[in-house]
Ligand binder design. Structure first.
Ligand SMILES: [Fe+2]
Length: 431
């Protein structure tokens, strides 16, 4: 048999997801299958992270000078966000255009160019190919064909949009304008936080043994916070008895949830926590109350505010801690949460010290958020292999996905699933 006689299989198998639809129109049920199915995960990487969305990459303050760069992740793609020699922000896929090796191996740095260690293809700070060894061969041997054009072999670029010092990237030319994408509620609350130039204070990296969407379910659901997090409930950092708001973006994918500190009283708290197992511990006190000393940066009483932007960003203010979080999927059953803590450039030394002291409220070993990782790991563990069962998401009611003037609701979680299903082509049949 000659090689040309070998039959080539050309028929494409039907996509097993073509018939997968959301089970109900108001997203009060989520099929557990979405947390474990490899085909769904693959489609997410394409349609969500490489689709017409804006992915949070970094803060401009992290790459302050020409040549500064940071390596990040968008979906499962390694990406470098960099400032070119003109000071413009660029982002490109961190994979050599020659044979696929990771080009930039440091997490942060500053460099005029980035040589790949494998064959020394060299890229500038915008990801354009600027040098190739042996291009014309050696001693008349080898070399690339005459039609080789370095301009055609740069690193794959992402489109960039900037807002208030936040850098967003998109693989798609079809993403809407960033402001339109974020919607007025998110823009208003980003404006509230990013009121002046920020100063980077440090990082946490947290690996969680759960699907990346379970983290969004968690962060968008304010009512778990007063129940799961004993520390929050006991010391009043957040309680569902506090006055608060739950605000959605058009389409529901992004949310702003906040509570106003000191708006509940002991009697209502004791009543609300009746029947829970030791979640409000009125006889607990901190041996060092400095941890919770709060000098408000903003003058609206909000002590706990979470902004979440589909598909990979969280921004928080918890008392004096300010941070962005980048969600990095690691296959179906794991993710990394990458926290960037910041203050403001004009913070006095004691303000910076206070922010750093309070930093351990959150993060992988924090008083508050360690439990989130464990709670969603427990979900991941118990849904393995599940095909048909769903969760039940009706706190706050069924029906339209709209803002609420309280925080006893799962409506933002339903909003997330609505935008997710639309992006993935999983909308319920009737809608
Ligand atoms: Fe939580």
């Amino acid at each position: 048999m000659k090689i040309n006689d070998i039959p080539v299989r050309t028929a494409t198998a039907p996509d097993p997801l073509d018939h997968f639809k959301w089970p109900n129109a108001d997203y009060t049920r989520t099929p557990y299958r979405v947390f474990t199915d490899e085909a769904i995960h693959e489609r997410e990487m394409q349609r969500i992270f490489q689709g017409p969305t804006w992915n949070y990459l970094a803060l401009e303050a992290e790459i302050p000078e020409p040549g500064s760069y940071k390596t990040v992740q968008v979906g499962n793609m390694p990406v470098v966000v960099s400032r070119n020699q003109q000071g413009e922000v660029k982002a490109f896929v961190n994979r050599c255009a020659h044979r696929g090796a990771t080009v930039v191996r440091q997490e942060f740095g500053k460099a005029d160019n980035h040589p790949c260690i494998y064959h020394q293809w060299n890229y500038d700070s915008a990801g354009s190919l600027c040098g190739v060894p042996y291009r014309r061969g050696l001693n008349g041997n080898g070399g690339y064909p005459a039609d080789f054009k370095p301009g055609q072999h740069g690193l794959q670029r992402l489109n960039i949009a900037l807002y208030k010092g936040l850098i967003f990237g998109s693989f798609s030319d079809d993403a809407p304008d960033l402001i339109e994408y974020l919607g007025p509620n998110v823009v208003m609350h980003l404006d509230r936080i990013f009121i002046k130039p920020v100063k980077i204070l440090g990082y946490h990296r947290q690996r969680i043994s759960a699907n990346w969407k379970l983290y969004f379910e968690n962060i968008k659901d304010p009512y778990h916070a007063g129940l799961l997090h004993t520390f929050m409930a006991t010391f009043g950092v957040y309680r569902s008895t506090q006055r608060g708001n739950t605000l959605l973006s058009p389409g529901g994918g992004h949310a702003v949830v906040y509570s106003v500190t000191n708006t509940d009283d002991t009697a209502s708290v004791v009543e609300a926590y009746k029947g829970t197992t030791n979640k409000y511990q009125d006889d607990f006190a901190l041996s060092d109350p400095a941890l919770l000393q709060w000098t408000p940066d903003f003058h609206d009483g909000i002590g706990n505010l979470i902004i979440s932007v589909f598909p990979n960003m969280v921004v928080h203010q918890i008392l004096n801690t300010l941070a962005t979080r980048q969600v990095r999927p690691l296959g179906t059953g794991a993710m990394e949460l990458y926290w960037t803590y910041f203050g403001f450039e004009d913070d006095a030394a004691e303000q910076t010290a206070a922010r750093l002291r309070q930093l351990n409220l959150v993060g992988p070993a924090g008083y508050i958020s360690m439990e989130d990782g464990e709670a969603i790991r427990l979900v991941q563990q118990s849904v393995a292999g599940e095909r048909d069962a769903t969760s039940f998401i009706e706190m706050g009611g069924r029906g339209p996905i709209v803002d609420a003037d309280h925080v006893v609701t799962e409506v933002c979680t339903r909003g997330f699933w609505q935008q997710y299903a639309r992006t993935m082509g999983f909308e319920p049949e009737a809608s």
